[in-house]
Ligand binder design. Structure first.
Ligand code: SF4
Ligand code: SF4
Length: 348
């Protein structure tokens, strides 16, 4: 494992980090084993969030007593200073630590989110105060929206940017990564396996390792999955794709292109209040978490699908021409199925 400086933060991070979503579906003991095995493979950077159920607690348990050996990043999705300040303290408690190496404002998708967090009384205020108080070392930001991510990078307010990048979602290459590099920001790669859609980890890494200076954050949910790390590391940087790799990648792109939501949020807001992006991603959410946790996580969004009146406004705004009402209604059926299953299991 090589260690590289994350932007200009001075933090030396492993060339592969650890994404904290998939451990949600593990029991605490199994999650701790997976996290420790990742550490044995040389991973020293662990990314989680207040929104990831008990992921922070599991990371806290795994690295208790060895805090100085790991770097921990977490996030708040709240937009106001009071809520964000509360979540910073919640994170410190859950992670069983007295400082967080990188605290990120989570999923700044639209201009209104950016304005809310940067306004007086906004989340950034609490995060900056926490930094002054020594609770936080560095401040970062995450987004799924390319245009917004570029704005966030250019704002000069953050030390790192976390954005999706994989062989299906390559939009960051053109402007986002160069802009972040030019400003000395750390580049964290969200969803290196496209949120579980890419089931060929080696191919995902063959693509990613064409590029230097980026830190992919794959999530792992088993010891055998973590044990793939040495194979990923054996791919040189910079890597050159073979014709066979390129053909495989093209196959994925063709098969996923029609229905793959990039979570960019250009389709929002829906005039009827449908929370489109999360509703689009429901099958992926379910595949990554225990279905009861997933239902709880996505409940508000899935219940909102019932408000869709097929006005088609969102269709015009989706740059990928996804048949949004069709997909969210299909996902709603799946959600109803899960709801019935849950009701049946709590009756028995
Ligand atoms: S088609 Fe449905 S989801 Fe899309 S904007 Fe109209 S009401 Fe909202
Ligand atoms: S449905 Fe289209 S516009 Fe909406 S988040 Fe997904 S890819 Fe973006």
């Amino acid at each position: 494992m090589k260690y590289i400086e994350l932007g200009h933060t001075g933090m030396l991070v492993s060339e592969i980090g650890f994404g904290g979503i998939p451990i949600i579906r593990l029991g605490t003991d199994s999650a701790v084993k997976v996290l420790r095995r990742a550490f044995e493979h040389g991973i020293n950077f662990y990314d989680t969030a207040n929104a990831y159920h008990d992921s922070q607690n599991k990371i806290g348990k795994a690295f208790y007593g060895m805090r100085d050996k790991v770097l921990i990043a977490t996030k708040t999705i709240l937009r106001d200073a009071n809520g964000a300040g509360q979540q910073i303290d919640d994170s410190l408690r859950a992670l069983e630590t007295d400082y967080i190496d990188l605290f990120q404002l989570h999923q700044i998708a639209q201009q209104k989110d950016f304005e809310a967090v940067t306004a007086p009384g906004g989340a950034l205020e609490a995060v900056m105060q926490a930094k002054q108080a020594g609770k936080i070392r560095h401040i970062g930001v995450t987004s799924h929206n390319l245009e917004m991510a570029v704005t966030l990078v250019k704002s000069g307010l953050f030390s790192t940017i976390q954005f999706p990048f994989n062989f299906i979602e390559t939009e960051a290459l053109e402007e986002l990564h160069p802009a972040a590099r030019a400003r000395g920001m750390g580049i964290l790669v969200m969803k290196p396996f496209a949120g579980g859609v890419i089931d060929n980890g080696m191919l995902a890494f063959k693509f990613l390792r064409q590029y230097s200076g980026i830190i992919p954050l794959p999530g792992f949910d088993s010891l055998s999955a973590v044990d793939d790390i040495p194979a990923f590391l054996s791919i040189p940087i910079p890597n050159t794709l073979t014709d066979q790799d390129s053909a495989l990648i093209e196959g994925y792109r063709l098969s996923l292109g029609r229905n793959f939501c990039r979570r960019c949020e250009y389709c929002q807001p829906c005039p009827n209040g449908v929370l489109i992006t999360m509703a689009m991603g429901y099958p992926i959410i379910v595949s990554r978490m225990d279905f009861k946790v997933a239902m709880n996580f996505a409940q508000k969004a899935m219940e909102s699908v019932a408000l869709c009146e097929n006005c088609e406004e969102c269709l015009d705004r989706c740059p990928y021409d996804l048949p949004i009402p069709e997909i969210i209604k299909h996902n709603y059926e799946l959600y109803l199925e899960h709801r019935s299953r849950l009701a049946a299991s709590s009756d028995s």
